[in-house]
Ligand binder design. Structure first.
Ligand code: ADP
Ligand code: SR1
Ligand code: MG
Length: 429
């Protein structure tokens, strides 16, 4: 089937890239030297797009281009190009609120659906660092700042109704990527679907059990409704550990192509869920030379710190800068109003925590039973050991989704992780 693309669009390649980059304001100066000498490498390891790194004599840039199909599957799964525009717009809207935590945007090409941005180096993808057992002492601090800044500042707590509604209207245009999430995260893993796969035959019975588990499916559907119908803030929309690049000192969030006005808990849950999944996967990467028990504690402590610091920072922003149309400040000036408003804020955060847990569970489940898996688990060669780690992940995921209210705080999730790891010794739910 021939793919139809807009006039002027062409797929960039390593040979053609220098000629195109040479005409973009400021980029040739940033790279330095003659374009014929620029070194270009395609390094995309994601599921959707092309990513090139370009090196000149003075500096480097990164170029990301949307392909008219899903890279993971190929041309048989056509996909609109607009996602590049939403990635560009997310950086523009959120950038001022999360200074230093995203790559510097340099250029957007409307015809080629391509972004030019700062090339991050020597950063690596967080997921890869976690698999190697590397500690990132500032990760929780940086990610709490990113989450609090991006979510609070684009919510009704900070924005007046008109700009908030205009953002909601604009990002509703990203319906195609939202639809992908709705299908591959909230729907397909809970039914027989040709996109699904899992560690087989070890988890065949488990996958069937999930498909027959009405309470689990209902929880997934409830979360799907929240995803569909909660334009709370401009969310990244795909904030797993493959969308964060790190050094031990620096943290940058990349790849916001799934951005839309959605439930804040979806971003929080993506990060927390991927950390908890990594906790269980560590048992598949431990060796006598590289034992992982201490590291597993660090992963859990990091997840705890992400939530705790996020909660503190979001509340601080709210107390100091409630410039949005929600909760008119004039209504809460006397002592009783101030007290009630603070109780309201705490209740809001508790509700957000429960949302985050539910979404974390959904994010874990899809990585084990759905179409797109994680290298944390995929790189465990011994299929029995992998299936055991996956069973533990699914045990936690079900609890997070079906009874999020049973976790009084984030420490209770760490305790559940440790208890599941200690008690689940057989493959299968
Ligand atoms: P996709 O949307 O297809 O998943 P990503 O945005 O996740 O693509 O990028 C794919 C890979 O390209 C990342 O895993 C990372 O290795 C590399 N990459 C992306 N952005 C940058 C950047 N700004 N600097 C350096 N490498 C990057
Ligand atoms: C076909 S699903 C591809 C997945 O890759 C992206 O990173 C998103 O997580 C999406 O669900
Ligand atoms: Mg992506």
């Amino acid at each position: 089937m021939a793919l139809t693309v807009p006039e002027g669009y062409r797929i960039l390649d390593e040979g053609g890239l220098p000629g195109w980059l040479a005409a973009i304001p400021n980029v040739p100066e940033r790279l330095g030297g003659d374009p014929s000498g620029w070194r270009v490498r395609e390094v995309g390891d994601g599921n959707l797009n092309l990513v090139f790194l370009v090196e000149g004599t003075r500096g480097t840039v990164c170029v990301k281009q949307a392909l008219p199909y899903l890279r993971l599957v190929g041309e048989g799964w056509p996909l609109g190009l607009q996602r590049a525009w939403f990635e560009h717009r997310h950086a523009a809207v959120v950038g001022p609120h999360v200074k230093g935590l995203i790559p510097e945007p340099l250029h957007y090409d409307e015809r080629l659906y391509a972004l030019v941005m700062e090339r991050l180096s020597p950063h690596i993808i967080l997921r890869r660092g976690l698999i190697q057992g590397v500690r990132y002492p500032h990760l929780a601090d940086h990610m709490a700042t990113f989450l609090a800044g991006s979510l609070f500042r684009t919510s009704d707590l900070a924005l007046p109704a008109k700009p908030k509604r205009l953002l909601t209207a604009e990002f509703s245009g990203n319906w195609e990527l939202c639809g992908l999430t709705e299908a591959v995260i909230f729907t397909e893993p809970y039914m027989v679907h040709p996109n699904n796969r899992w560690t087989s035959p070890q988890l065949d019975a488990t996958a069937a059990k999930v498909r027959a588990d009405s309470a689990w499916k209902l929880a997934a559907a409830r979360l799907k409704l929240k995803f569909l119908a909660s334009p709370e803030a401009l969310i990244h929309g795909d904030l797993h550990t493959g969308s964060i690049m790190v050094t031990p000192e620096d943290t940058r969030v990349i790849d916001p192509e799934f951005a839309f006005m959605g439930p804040m808990g979806f971003d929080l849950g993506a990060l927390l869920g991927n950390l908890w999944l990594n906790y269980f996967a560590q048992d598949g990467h431990a060796t006598p030379e590289s034992p992982r028990a201490d590291y597993q504690d660090w992963v859990l402590e990091t997840a705890e710190a992400v939530w705790t610091l996020f909660r503190e920072r979001f509340l601080a922003l709210w107390r100091g800068g409630a410039t949005g149309d929600a909760y008119p400040a004039a209504h809460y000036t006397d002592a009783e109003g101030v007290r009630l408003m603070e109780a309201e804020r705490q209740a809001y955060m508790d509700r957000l925590f429960a949302d985050a847990l539910g979404f974390a569970g959904a994010k874990i489940t899809r990585r084990i039973l759905g179409i797109a898996h994680n290298i944390d688990l995929e790189w465990i060669e011994d299929a029995d050991l992998r299936a055991l780690c996956e069973t533990r992940c699914l045990t936690l995921a079900r609890r997070l989704m079906v009874e999020p209210g049973a976790f009084r705080d984030v420490g209770a999730v760490s305790a559940a992780c440790r208890s599941i790891r200690a008690s689940v010794a057989r493959i299968g739910l």
